[in-house]
Design a protein around this ligand. Structure first.
Ligand code: PBG
Length: 329
């Protein structure tokens, strides 16, 4: 691999001038690489801050255009919708997920009405924003039950597709759900709705601030280790991805992001498919807090994001996406 030898070979030679560094750079970021998560709340005229995620807000439906306009102006291709469901609407079986007037449905309709296909909409398929216990699936005798959960996820998927969702993103980690959702979508003539599978999603402490943002933090009983992956494993991630591709996933997600760059790289190398990475809430909060406390300067945002591209990610879900114009500059 290495040709040449010091002193005739000096790698610093091409680093000396900015123009030269620009010529040899291997990776770049553009707005096209980003997906912005958008949190929804009920009520009207509210843009509510989230204490654990400075700079990130929850929006009521009538204030949504504020953030979507920003996303369009910055030039990012897609937003991902996440609801903070009122506690009074949560129950054991997460039935609000199937209510055609729930926050996500209303948001999809509103965005599609106003923006048509100027921007893509991605929606989580999972029950945790709607269940009183905060889990992604149904519970029977203290177990998250796989196959019964999938039946609800299918209906949630069909409902979101009917409202106009472009990309369904099952983030629940039940076995076999991608194939069943694809089949149900096709049967109902939603052949063009994409599936972005959270294929390698780890049971992670980095999700803490997100659970605060969607209001499932206090309610979550136990942990998600019986369905989300063990962070000690990487071969298992490749099996998860292989299965989801076979079942019909168009795109796959690795999540969290920064501690899992090795997984992004091996998924990309092995499968040559679009791989998305999620710079999750805990990563965002750590970075942001460190900047605010002046432990590091804000250039680490750009550095953290380029890392995803270097690892092989095609796109990055990031809470910084709405500010990416300034970050790239
Ligand atoms: C829920 C879901 C989670 C995230 C996205 N979808 C949390 C979880 O699995 O508990 C986390 C996103 C983040 O931390 O930014 N299915």
């Amino acid at each position: 691999m290495i040709t040449g030898k010091y002193p005739s070979l000096r790698l610093r030679r091409t680093r000396k001038q900015s123009w030269s560094r620009r010529l040899i750079q291997e990776n770049t970021l553009t707005a096209n690489d980003f997906i912005l998560p958008v949190f929804l709340i009920d009520g009207s005229n509210k843009k509510q801050s989230i204490s654990t995620m400075p700079g990130v807000y929850r929006y009521t439906i009538n204030r949504l255009s504020q953030i979507i306009d920003k996303a369009l102006k910055v030039g990012i291709p897609m937003v991902a919708l996440f609801p903070k469901t009122k506690n009074s609407l949560k129950n054991e079986i997460g039935s609000e997920s199937l209510n055609e007037n729930n926050l996500v449905c209303k948001a999809i309709l509103e965005i599609k009405k106003k923006y048509k296909n100027q921007i893509g909409i991605m929606c989580d398929v999972a029950l945790d924003p709607y269940t009183s216990h905060g889990h992604d699936g149904l519970i029977k005798s203290n177990q998250i039950i796989n196959d019964e959960t999938i039946e609800v996820l299918i209906n949630q998927s069909l409902l979101q597709a009917e409202m106009g969702c472009d990309v369904l993103a099952p983030s629940d980690m039940m076995d076999g759900r991608i194939g069943k959702i694809r089949k149900a979508l096709d049967k109902s003539n939603y052949q063009d709705v994409q599936i972005l599978s959270y294929a390698a999603k780890y049971a992670s402490s980095f999700y803490g601030p997100f659970r605060d943002a969607v209001g499932s933090k206090g309610s979550l009983k136990g942990d998600k280790k019986t369905y989300q992956m063990d962070f000690k494993n990487s071969d298992e991630a490749l099996r998860e991805v292989a299965l989801d591709i076979k079942e019909g996933a168009d795109l796959v997600m690795v999540k969290p992001g920064m501690p899992y760059l090795d997984i992004i790289k091996s998924v990309k190398e092995k499968f040559k498919i679009p791989v998305f990475a999620y710079q999750v809430s805990g990563e965002y909060s750590l970075i942001d807090n460190a900047i605010q406390k002046k432990l590091v300067n804000e250039d680490i945002i750009y550095e953290s994001l380029v890392g995803f591209k270097r690892a092989g990610a095609n796109a990055i879900v990031s809470y910084y996406a709405d500010r990416i114009d300034k970050i790239i500059k």
